[in-house]
Design a protein around this ligand. Sequence first.
Ligand code: ATP
Ligand code: MG
Length: 282
Amino acid sequence: MEEKNNNVDKEFDEFLDNELNDKLETSIDELEKRKIDNKRIKKIDQSKKRATIESVFDERTVFQLNKILVNGPLERIEGIISSGKEANVYLAYDQNGFEVAVKIYKIDSNTSRWMRNYIIGDPRFKKIPSNVSKIIYLWASKEFKNLKRAYKVGLSVPKPIFIKSNILLMEYIGFESIPAPILKDIKKPKDPINLFNEILDFIKILYQNAKLVHGDLSEFNILYHNQKPVVIDISQAVSIQHPKAEVYLVRDIKNIFKFFEKFGIGLPDPKKFYYEVTNPRN
Ligand SMILES: Nc1ncnc2c1ncn2[C@@H]1O[C@H](COP(=O)(O)OP(=O)(O)OP(=O)(O)O)[C@@H](O)[C@H]1O
Ligand SMILES: [Mg+2]
């Protein structure tokens, strides 16, 4: 891991000396030229676009993004789906013309501070880097690994495609250029009972088979696609061995039960469900 990072550093320095300035200009100009032609993909006001791009695209990110655009697997970036505190998500196209979601974490020292707390308790990450960007890279790779683990056991999450530094590529959830809405924005799901049960199954299988607890599960991190839930934003998920895993699990369960309360469907006892998840044999 260290050796790999050193190579990236070396490569990056060489690139800086040679052609970064040119490419930096080109890639930002290219992005600015793109037509964002859809209602759901937020149109970026031209006067604010440079600022939006630059707030995420520090030099190193632009360098990596350029490599991904030149050498694959991406062909072009179409527009922004979501701009958040920690990350921006973009709609892009791969070399075969298929949609891909690109999540780019911002290199930010405040963010890296709280991320550190989640990484420290996780037995999968023994060495905690001190450098801000390396913590963010680790965080992005944590989301990638968690997605892989969930996807492998057949859960409904976007298929992870590629990870490099703070740039994560995953399956795009949506129809053509219209991304799937988050569950929070669905006033009347067609079959709330079924939806609720599918989300409970998700929690159970994630715990029992993938040995993970999502840790930020709510109507904000579930996409509603084809009347089915697709769970996203799994970066903070912890192993069930994590000292706070059960606390996070209780919080996830509470969030989901609270959201479904308003549909007037009969809900089971959340405590009973908690024990069903954590003690499958009882
Ligand atoms: N695979 C995907 N396909 C389509 N849309 C996506 C996908 N992943 C994320 N999105 C959209 O991007 C938004 C933000 O994604 P996500 O929840 O993963 O980021 P976040 O960590 O919450 O970002 P922040 O906390 O900085 O807002 C989602 O609410 C969703 O609208
Ligand atoms: Mg989110």
